[in-house]
Design a protein. Sequence first.
Length: 398
Amino acid sequence: MTDPRLRDVYIVDAVRTPVGKYGGALAAVRPDDLAAHVVKALVDRTPDLDPARIDDVCFGDANGAGEDNRNVARMAVLLAGLPVTVPGVTVNRLCGSGLEAVIQAGRAIAHGDAHIAVAGGVESMSRAPYVLRKPERAFPAGHQEMFSSTLGWRMVNPRMAPEWTVALGEGAELIADRHGITREQQDVFALASHQKAVRAWREGAYDDEVVPLPEVDLLRDETIREASSLESLSKLKPVFRSAGGTVTAGNSSPLNDGAAALLLVDEEGLRATGREPLARIRASAVTGIEPQLFGLGPVEAVRRALERSGRGFAEVATFELNEAFAAQALGCIGQWPDLDPAVVNPRGGAIAIGHPLGASGARLAGAVAHQLAAAGSGTGLAALCIGVGQGLALVLER
């Protein structure tokens, strides 16, 4: 935090579940139970902390239409067995929800409204329900339309400009068109995401971060493809454009389930935990962009966050950029000429690991914190594009 009147905010620990594939190993687990699992695991890893001292639990959740309704953060507090005096709040900035939770919890600590907070995010895209509009009149005789709440636009307001409400994948195609990003470039990027994730798991890079659910047979991220190749990726058909399309299931993030949580403290809270922090929050920024170009949302958000932190791209040691689509990630990276692409997603990105919407931002922030701790020092970034045209970025340092 740059204002000297604000308190320093530290990330003491960060955990996440393995990320499950749509209809996969975590599909039978309710989202409130996923959230409760990471909250409990986080608290259990800090035995010196009295859970009653947690001032708030802030969780991101992009859907909220099913079992994650009724304020999933508060449900997680109760299901995790924390004292009933610990409050909870759920926030929604779509794909940025988990990072928004971290930023909001950090802001409360920085301003003295809290000493200790848990921040995170959760999403079960497998269990996202179908929803039905309430009829405009009682006892309708005709058929009623049902909507899937898993992903993307639904029940669109007719006053919205039609170019704003295109499918998310079409938005990625528009970015590929605008920046001349080829199908081969996207597939190469996607393959690298899998290869880096495979290597990271093999080398134990996630051992201190991932907390499997004891009742589920899933120890690592379920959508990583060790056998992926350019040849296999090149055979996949475009999903959103039948003619001339470049965006495929292979160079896009999949649908996923998962949860992540971080423990945030000020100096007083740090003493209460008895632990050394992983990293410190330095700055954040949120920006807006044309909804159909949502994938480029991080471009300006990252620039502003770095400016507020007093840092530059050359000082970034690690950068977790959410890979909603290879096209959008490449589109963003291309707008940061001073950034070394080698520091982006060194342990794999969402194309391989997965993108459980409300959890992803918390996963990215936790990953950056762990990487900075492993390095011993440095500046790190976490950023996401957000549907309906936003970008969100967080700068951490150690």
